[in-house]
Write a protein that binds this ligand. Structure first.
Ligand code: FAD
Length: 534
């Protein structure tokens, strides 16, 4: 019977990771019994699996990003000999923290060297972690210190271009929310009182709804929104008889037509809702911990894979280090190289697999970090973390969540994707900076143009060894996964002894969690296969 990952999963009646493979092994007498209740993946502790599989088994892992390092780490726990080949000279792949000394030549041919002050950085790729993601569990296991990441801040601004009312005005999120929620509540209250909802609501329903709306919209006793202290004050309340000065609300029609609430739903997203977390000192801290755990003897940096073939002895991989071609043969390979780059390798993959890889389309995204020698966003705008939102090409301005109240900091002057990022992609760094400053100044004023000490930008489409921010599966719409398209599903199976892993093979594309779950899934399958054939 051909051995497929799907049949394995079906036979278990579960989907999970290496922790679950332990359960599977217990059923064939290779590991101690574990509770049979299905549970979430739990990374096995050191020693759980080591020695349980007879013989020596080797796995070569192509790529030292999250999925590659997670695969190596978990396989090592189970006693496999692993070799990670990574083209870059650092771990983490698209998890890349930019700090003093970071140097990169992009595919436009421009070289940048980061000169941020010591201790300052920004994450050009992954930057935040939702509480539910297993990335948090690896941080716990590896000892990576976490801190809160402000995904939302009442004091940051919305500012949208155009001719609509309230266009080109910087409005705090707190004012935009108070007015939007206030007027929406007033309108619903009116509709309810005028009997428009009598077909669907009972008298008791209407009373309960009215009480909710009065509180939610901060409505007056006659059901109107007439402004609220939630909007903020032009003069802060203080001691004695200083009651502060509330800011008048915008008009209802302006609020509706201006669409100042268009970004509110961002934080409603399952994976964007507070509390969000991030490692202290940069997201790349996670991958230096993986590197320590796996051991430098088992990782080769600067190793650009040029070929990967199934051969009778296993999998043969060619790679280039310092201009010299080397080869390695292992029992199995896990290929975590981005899908659209795999066909460039000298390979003997079947044509249907190459076609399936082609369905993972590359996408644009990028960021530019500016180090300011004065934290004007804190002292003048009272902004501590979070982001301002706009429909300009910069899309958003993200404020630092570290070094609060110190004398300098790195602002992410844009984090944009799709067409808005394409407007930056082909520019030189200087041109990107000039555009970012001009658009940022339209939102935060003249101070945005001053006290700049250095900057660094990156565009993932123009970054070697990535050439994409994340995969977008043809036929899967805007979903964060492959939506079980035939191409996606095909790549979930190994091609003889070659496995594919990466966030593109998960339902959490563009999240480290996706890369980890994909790695865990592959490790589980490979481990079970070895256990059954050993
Ligand atoms: C702009 C941006 C923002 C993001 N934000 C978040 C976030 O906030 N939170 C979050 O959790 N995730 C975020 N992500 C997603 C996260 O970075 C990815 O999910 C994760 O990096 C995927 O890991 P991977 O191992 O599948 O792929 P990669 O990280 O791409 O790793 C693949 C590895 O293969 C290597 N490689 C390529 N070609 C070769 C070759 N020929 N030979 C050898 N090695 C090669 C690459 O150098 C790389 O190290 C973001 C990504 C981007 C781009």
């Amino acid at each position: 019977m051909p051995y497929t990952r799907r049949s394995f999963m079906r036979s278990l009646g579960i989907t999970g990771g290496a922790g679950l493979a332990l359960g599977a092994m217990s059923s064939i007498g290779l590991a101690p019994a574990v509770a049979s209740t299905p549970r979430r993946f739990q990374a096995p502790a050191a020693g759980d699996l080591i020695g349980k599989v007879k013989g020596n088994h080797s796995v070569v892992i192509l790529g030292g990003g999250p999925s590659g390092l997670c695969s190596a780490y978990e396989l090592q726990k189970a006693g496999y000999k692993v070799t990670v080949l990574e083209a870059r000279n650092r771990p983490g792949g698209r998890v890349w923290s930019i700090r003093n000394g970071t140097e990169e030549t992009d595919l436009n041919g421009e070289t940048q060297t980061c000169t941020f002050s010591e201790g300052h950085f920004y994450n050009l790729g992954a930057t935040r972690i939702p509480q539910n993601h297993n990335t948090i569990d690896y941080c716990r296991e590896l000892g990576v210190e976490l801190q809160m990441f402000g995904n939302q801040n009442a004091n940051t601004f919305v500012n949208y271009t155009g001719n609509k009312p309230l266009a080109n005005q910087s409005i705090t999120y707190r004012a935009a929310k108070a007015d939007t929620y206030g007027y929406m509540s007033e309108l619903l209250q009116k509709a309810t009182n005028q009997g428009a909802l009598d077909q669907v609501l009972s008298k008791e329903d209407k009373e309960a709804l009215s009480s909710f709306l009065t509180d939610f919209g901060d409505l007056s006793s006659d059901g109107r929104y007439v402004g609220s202290s939630r909007r903020g004050h032009s003069a802060e309340p203080g001691a004695g008889l200083n009651f502060g000065t509330e800011i008048e609300p915008f008009g209802m029609s302006d609020v509706i037509q201006g669409g100042i609430g268009r970004a509110f739903s961002f934080e409603f997203g399952y994976d964007q809702a507070m509390t969000m977390m991030t490692p202290v000192g940069g997201m790349d801290r996670i991958y230096y911990k993986f590197q320590d755990a796996i051991g430098m003897d088992n990782i080769e940096f600067g190793a650009e894979v040029s070929g990967m073939k199934n051969v009778p002895e296993g999998v043969s991989v060619d790679y280039v280090v310092d201009g010299k071609t080397k080869s390695i043969t292992a029992d199995y390979a896990i290929c975590t190289i981005p899908p659209h780059l795999i066909k460039r390798l000298n390979n003997n993959l079947p044509s249907d697999i190459l076609l399936a890889l082609d369905a993972a389309k590359p996408s644009s995204s990028g960021k530019l970090g500016i180090e300011y020698s004065r934290r004007w966003w804190e002292t003048e705008d009272r902004i501590y973390g979070g982001a301002s939102n706009t429909d300009r090409d910069i899309s958003q301005i993200m404020f630092p969540y570290d070094h609060y109240n110190s004398d300098r900091g790195v602002v992410v002057a844009y984090y944009s994707s799709g067409k808005r990022q394409q407007a930056f992609e082909s520019l030189t760094h200087r041109q990107r900076l000039a555009k970012a400053i001009a658009e940022g100044a339209e939102i935060h004023g003249d101070k945005y143009t001053r006290d700049i000490s250095s900057s660094f930008s990156g565009s993932w489409r123009r970054t070697k060894y990535s050439e994409s921010a994340w995969a977008s599966w043809a036929g899967a719409g805007d979903s964060h996964g492959g939506m079980a398209t035939p191409e996606y599903t095909k790549l979930l199976e190994p091609v003889d002894r070659i496995y594919f892993a990466g966030d593109h093979l998960s339902n959490a594309i563009a999240w480290q969690h996706g890369a980890f779950t994909s790695a865990q899934d592959v490790v589980t399958h490979l481990h079970q296969r070895v256990a059954q054939t050993a």
